[in-house]
Design a protein around this ligand. Structure first.
Ligand SMILES: Cc1cc2nc3c(=O)[nH]c(=O)nc-3n(C[C@H](O)[C@H](O)[C@H](O)COP(=O)(O)OP(=O)(O)OC[C@H]3O[C@@H](n4cnc5c(N)ncnc54)[C@H](O)[C@@H]3O)c2cc1C
Length: 426
């Protein structure tokens, strides 16, 4: 928390260009980008800022595209992230009845993406980086606290009012936050989205993503594995040191049983599912369960309001795109607002918000629908579907241009990239 925000009296009025509700990874990135463009903002979160970085708050690791990494470099967050960032050199996708395919000896239908293939275009960047969320949150928090962003956490919005002159968020303790624009970066159950009357469309897959960190006794060589098994996708994502983050998709009841299982029983299941190709495996730290579904907001904007991150869209983690989409939203919205301020426009004006909605709406919808199609294609063990998808994987695997297109998409380098994600200052 910045000293100025911590010391504000309970009846104080804090005025900024933009009020951001939600200091998660998307909200914090937007705050940093706005500050870099000399716009003032206040970042509010219902939980204490320090709690968001505690190891037991979020046990996930995220595959971060190299484009998002470039953006964080510009915003000064990469120094603190570097010691915890594992380069993803290869992605190996297998469609089989048992795990255990290795990079040298893949079994069944498989697809391999290799960063060496795009090294010429990428300047030696990997396919992406795998970083534990707690380290991302801590690095962003450190950068935010060193910036001019005002942070109020904990702070809970009690009332939101939008008027011609601007927006006012009144917190439960009476403090009032005033700005030209309100940004909802407050996650899947966004209060800002509901308050603005923006509906959502979507569905649950009935699956749970069980997340755990494991220690392995062989080098993973920076390879991310996605095994499509009859029970659901099983991802083994390389972390720094001889560690990996697992995202183990199971039907709801089985997922709950895995969370409840004793450490011995969990490890026994794990060994059966994991196979022997990475040597011995040992669970480390707590397990976490996430219900999996698709949710898309009907609109990215409303009167003096914009949504970013999971408040706008939440997708299945199968392709590691959710946070990357949110970071693209943050970079695009910051660019639109900084440009509008230079032109002397009202940051909350519909004409300004329309530019953001047009920029990100189609891309978000495309990624969400592609992720959904991918999830459904690999959710079935029907022999006919399996034959067709295995043939598709074989075709992509043989065509260099197709592989490079998938790599550009996964690396976040496709489409109309905001300046920040091209590594340029805002
Ligand atoms: C198992 C799993 C694995 C994943 N792996 C990847 C991956 O590899 N790559 C990837 O790109 N994505 C991945 N994702 C998706 C990614 O985790 C999310 O997209 C991302 O965390 C969303 O960030 P956010 O900042 O938008 O929202 P959140 O992280 O939900 O942050 C919202 C913030 O708002 C605050 N808040 C909520 N309500 C209020 C309120 N009323 N007032 C004030 N503050 C409030 C919360 O305290 C929180 O800090 C994965 C998801 C899952 C489930």
């Amino acid at each position: 928390m910045t000293p100025s925000a911590r010391n504000t009296p309970a009846d104080a009025e804090i005025v900024a260009d933009v009020v951001i509700v939600g200091a998660g990874m998307a909200g914090a990135t937007l705050a940093l980008a706005l500050a870099a463009g000399n716009l003032s903002c206040v970042l509010v979160d219902s939980r204490p800022f320090e709690a968001l970085t505690a190891p037991d708050f979020d046990g996930r690791a995220s595959a971060i595209s190299f484009a998002a990494w470039r953006g964080w470099r510009v915003l000064g967050a990469v120094g603190a992230l570097e010691p915890h960032a594992q380069r993803i050199e290869q992605i190996l996708v297998t469609d089989g009845r048992a795990p255990g395919a290795s990079v040298r000896r893949p079994s069944g239908a498989w697809l391999r993406f290799d960063s060496a293939e795009i090294a010429g275009r990428n300047g030696g960047e990997p396919l992406g980086y795998l970083i534990e969320n707690r380290h991302i949150r801590a690095a962003l928090a450190q950068a935010v606290l060193a910036s001019r962003v005002q942070v109020i956490a904990p702070g809970k919005a009690a009332q939101i009012s939008r008027e011609a002159g601007g927006v006012t968020v009144t917190l439960e303790d009476g403090r009032r936050l005033k700005g030209s624009l309100l940004v909802g970066a407050d996650g899947k159950a966004s209060r800002v989205r509901q308050d603005a009357g923006i509906g959502t469309a979507g569905w649950n897959y009935g699956d749970t993503g069980v997340v755990a960190t494991v220690r392995i006794n062989r080098d993973h060589e920076g390879v991310a594995y996605e095994h499509f098994l009859p029970g659901g996708p099983f991802a083994i994502l390389p972390l720094t040191g001889r560690r990996a983050s697992l995202v183990w998709t199971e039907k709801k009841a089985r997922g709950a049983a895995l969370i409840r299982a004793s450490p011995e029983a969990f490890e026994a299941h794990l060994r059966r599912r994991f196979g022997a190709f990475l040597g011995q495996v040992e669970a480390e730290g707590p397990r976490f369960a996430y219900p999996l579904g698709l949710q898309i907001a009907d609109s990215l904007t409303a009167y003096r309001t914009a949504l970013i991150g999971d408040a706008a869209h939440s997708v299945h983690p199968i392709a590691g795109q959710g946070l990357n989409m949110g970071l693209k939203d943050a970079a695009a919205l910051a660019e639109v607002l900084i440009e509008a301020a230079r032109l002397g426009e009202d940051l909350g004006a519909a004409v300004v918000l329309d530019r953001y909605a047009r920029w990100r709406g189609v891309d978000n919808m495309g990624v969400a629908l592609a992720t959904d199609a991918f999830t459904r294609l690999f959710a079935t063990d029907h022999p006919l579907v399996r034959t067709v998808r295995d043939a598709g994987m074989a075709v992509v695997n043989r065509i260099g241009a197709a592989r490079r297109m998938f790599m550009a998409e996964a690396g976040g380098a496709s489409g109309d990239l905001p300046r920040l994600l091209r590594g340029e200052s805002v």
